[in-house]
Ligand binder design. Structure first.
Ligand code: GLU
Length: 480
């Protein structure tokens, strides 16, 4: 690369950040960092109908949470601002004016003709879908005159024949017959540019060298390349990333929850894990490694190894990676991240040392922080009645023999700490010949009402000997 690249993430603020958007931002960020270039955030808010207040700020916030801080952008500034398209309208109007003057664009007054009228006429003329180009042949003087008083849009005059050959960094050569390309609207009747014009003008003025974006924009490439040509400027390189699909091979949707970045964070997937996972949606390194930190991704990522075929979103793998990242966090960090997930539980007020003790006891089973309240149930001071499996264990012959014996011995202990209580379980096991699960499951069931959970030593330490002995006694009453 002769000079450092400039790449951009250019979301439209129409809702919360999609997992596909996060991947686009990530790949741009990785490419910029890898080649010591600049990563730019540009907000493409020219679609006023779909614009959602606050969405742009939320996107920037999520990028920051993920460690993908842009080098230039809204709130951050830079030499190529403003970075919000609705603040650049004059720039697009000038560009559109140049296209109009040079005969590469024309005003269209068909807005008032109904869709039904248009498609009927198109059918009669044997034309396919898309605009029927009725205004393309208007007399220029007459068109100019009508522009003064009539509502209109500006359209790009796409050549009627020929083809555009596009060389994509990921997809290779793609040929677009121009006959299939519509005369795209570039300025809408509200005076706002469409995505196509604003995007091309800004990529040029912001000196973007590489456009890395989702495959859904590939079909826009011929329009964009024509715009670059007619504006007399060199297009950037393009890389179109494969679609992200769900297991049914449909587009990943935010509505189902799997497509929404925010929804994963709410479920307690740490940003490190989500970043790691989305990096693998369409890319893998030569050694097929899975677990990466962001800085390791910067070193390993290579845009030319991104695949062409759609990537399937696998929530199980994401959760597995999430567990790996949670285990790598340092304890203090993990404690702080756990706190919001303990807020509405009976553990909302516990101190850091106890949280630490809790998480160490369940760390190997933790994949999402929203599992905390479930995994910590065995520590509850208000346990629900024993579940069905626990009841089974409590009603075995072994339990009926063991539990009363244990209760009496526990009660008789002068210093009943967790270690002493557990030693008694072992002693009783030896004396009665009850061992393995037959020995330990009834004890666990009596103490927690559950058959799975953290080590009994940790549970008893937290509950305290009184509580442990009382629960054992209650279990005895239950099975008598
Ligand atoms: N504003 C477009 C989007 O919402 C950007 C497409 C592009 O990167 O060119 O995804």
């Amino acid at each position: 690369m002769d000079k450092p690249p400039r790449v951009r993430f250019a979301p439209s603020p129409t809702g919360d950040l999609h997992v596909g958007g996060l991947r686009t931002a990530l790949y741009n960020h990785l490419f910029a960092r890898r080649h010591r270039g600049r990563f730019i955030l540009r907000i493409e808010d020219t679609d006023r109908e779909r614009h959602l207040e606050g969405a742009a700020a939320q996107i920037l916030k999520l990028l920051r949470v993920c460690g993908l801080e842009p080098d230039e952008g809204p709130e951050i500034g830079g030499d190529f601002g403003p970075y919000v398209q609705s603040q650049r309208l004059q720039i697009y109007r000038q560009a559109a004016g140049r296209l109009l003057d040079a005969g590469h664009a024309y005003p269209c007054f068909c807005g008032s003709r109904s869709e039904a009228q248009r498609s009927e006429q198109q059918r009669a003329l044997g034309q396919g879908a898309g605009y029927d180009r009725r205004c393309r042949t208007l007399e220029p003087a007459q068109a100019k005159y009508r522009m003064e008083s009539e509502e209109h849009v500006l359209r790009l005059k796409v050549p009627l024949e020929g083809e555009i050959i596009h060389r994509d960094m990921i997809r290779g050569d793609v040929v677009f017959p121009l006959a299939d390309v519509d005369d795209q609207v570039i300025i809408k009747s509200d005076g706002f540019p469409t995505y196509h014009l604003a995007n091309v003008v800004d990529d040029h003025l912001m000196e973007i060298t590489h456009v890395i974006r989702g495959e859904e924009w590939l079909s826009s490439v011929p329009k964009h390349l024509l715009l670059y040509r007619y504006l007399g400027v060199k297009p950037p390189e393009f890389a179109h990333l494969p679609l992200i699909l769900n297991e049914q091979r449909q587009k990943l949707s935010k509505r189902e929850g799997t497509g929404s970045v925010q929804a994963w964070f709410q479920r307690g997937i740490p940003p490190e894990a989500l970043i790691n996972y989305v990096a693998l949606l369409g890319w893998h390194s030569t050694d097929d490694r899975d677990v990466y930190s962001l800085s390791e991704l910067v070193d390993a990522f290579d845009l030319t190894r991104v695949s062409k075929s759609g990537a399937i979103f696998d929530a199980v793998k994401l959760e597995w990676l999430s567990g790996e990242h949670l285990r790598k966090l340092n304890t203090d960090d993990l404690i702080q991240r756990c706190k919001p997930f303990l807020k509405d539980t009976e553990f909302s007020e516990i101190d850091d040392a106890t949280i630490q003790m809790f998480i160490e006891s369940i760390r190997n089973n933790l994949h999402r922080l929203d599992q905390l309240s479930g995994l910590l149930k065995p520590f509850s001071l208000k346990p629900p009645p024993p579940d069905a499996e626990s009841l089974n264990w409590l009603q075995t012959d072994a339990a009926r023999r063991l539990l009363p014996l244990l209760t009496n011995r526990w009660r008789a202990l002068p210093q009943p700490d967790a270690e002493a209580l557990l030693n008694i379980v072992r002693d009783c096991g030896k004396e009665t010949g009850i061992k393995g699960k037959d020995l330990w499951m009834p004890v666990r069931a009596a103490l927690t009402g559950m058959t799975t959970g953290p080590e009994l030593r940790v549970i008893i330490t937290y509950l305290g000997d009184r509580q442990a002995i009382d629960r054992m006694a209650q279990a005895c009453d239950l099975i008598q």
